[in-house]
Design a protein around this ligand. Structure first.
Ligand code: SF4
Ligand code: SF4
Length: 360
């Protein structure tokens, strides 16, 4: 026991969130009776005893400097009894006990941080993107940069909460491994050829792990002319996912000339109405056009405009496409239906209901 006392406290795993609750949240834990939208970006939660806790939501650029985090914390110390939280889409939420502090806080968030306030109700929430080049070794595009360009375009839909039929969540991923996850609108980079193996570099990789990581068993060991064990890829089996490149960087799959971006629709994890659903390919083959990706922005804008015109109140994007049908979707938006929209994998029988070639 004496030895155990000398050990440092555990600092791995999720911390006990109850230690970090705003005092009003801790006091009324399990006793909240209602919540309301006061205006775009501002919510109030009411407790059974009459306490009210206000939330101001602001869009952060996700990639934050230490100085910017300090500024955020200073504002939370001034108005929020030192309490704030980040949502899964990197919105920063300031929690306030006093209604009179809302306007001064929003002024500082706008002017000091330069962040817009919004993202609640029927708006576009902050766009979630993958870690990209900050931490990952296989991004085929700059997810953070493309999201910045897109959010500039969608600013009005962030700061208002009634311009869309329902909330719209957008994600951006810099490869098909898709760390950005399922979303109403998801932008994904796609490769179009198998990885190119550099024989001189493969020796540094753990070959059994590289063989094992391929989801379709397209990688197998091979002996070169000197008898040394190396790897080869069976091109016909490869689906260009890029998972092997993460395991063995010398299996290069990224290609500035051929990589393109695609847009997928209808993913959601909420169990409201029709339950969770996978996203499905809608737009294929957009150029990976840095630094502003104008073709991707124009395609997202087109989808949103048609959704605004023909979506019913509270209908999420996937539910809207299901109702009007994919044929009508392609007619209304003008995007081409291509062979790439057809799920022709050997496992397609189990995935027919998640591809866009059904209900045409
Ligand atoms: S989406 Fe792909 S490239 Fe981007 S961070 Fe995730 S694994 Fe890496
Ligand atoms: S890109 Fe994907 S499918 Fe192709 S060899 Fe690598 S892991 Fe296998």
């Amino acid at each position: 026991m004496a030895r155990a006392k000398k050990m440092a406290p555990r600092d791995n795993g999720a911390p006990d969130y109850k230690k970090n609750l705003h005092p009003l949240m801790a006091k009324n834990y399990g006793k909240w009776s209602y919540h309301e939208k006061l205006r775009p970006g501002v919510l109030v939660h009411g407790a059974e005893n009459g306490d009210r806790l206000y939330t101001v939501r602001a869009g952060s650029p996700r990639t934050l400097s230490v100085d910017k985090v300090r500024q955020i914390c200073d504002i939370a110390d001034k108005y929020c009894q030192g309490h704030l939280r980040f949502t899964s889409r990197a919105n920063v939420e300031f929690l306030l006990a006093n209604e009179a502090d809302i306007d001064p806080l929003i002024k500082e968030v706008n002017e000091t941080l330069g962040f817009p306030v919004g993202g609640t109700g029927h708006s576009i929430s902050n766009i979630v993107h993958t870690q990209g080049w900050l931490h990952c070794n296989l991004p085929g595009t700059d997810a953070a940069g493309s999201v910045k360009a897109l959010m500039d375009l969608l600013y009005e839909e962030f700061v208002t909460d009634d311009s869309l039929p329902a909330r719209v969540k957008i994600s951006a991923s810099c490869c098909q491994i898709n760390c950005g996850g399922q979303a109403d609108i998801s932008i994904n980079l796609q490769h179009h050829h198998p990885p190119r193996i550099k024989p001189e570099g493969v020796g540094v990789c753990e070959l059994p792990k590289v063989v094992a990581i391929c989801p379709v068993a397209a990688i197998r060991p091979r002996q070169d002319e000197t008898g040394k064990t190396t790897l080869e890829v069976v091109d016909e089996k490869c689906m260009y996912c890029g998972a092997c490149h993460g395991q063995c960087p010398t299996m290069e799959i990224r290609d500035a000339k051929t990589d393109t971006l695609s847009i997928w629709l209808g993913g959601k994890t909420a169990s409201t109405r029709k339950g969770p659903s996978f996203m499905r390919l809608a737009v294929w083959g957009l150029p990976n056009n840095t630094p502003r990706w104008p073709e991707v922005g124009a395609a997202v804008r087109k989808i949103l405009d048609v959704y605004k015109q023909t979506g019913r109140p509270y209908e999420r994007i996937g539910e809207w496409v299901d109702r009007i049908g994919w044929k009508r979707f392609f007619e209304l938006t003008g995007f081409p239906f291509t062979k790439y929209h057809i799920d022709d994998s050997p496992l397609a029988r189990s995935t027919f209901n998640t591809s866009s070639h059904v209900r045409l």
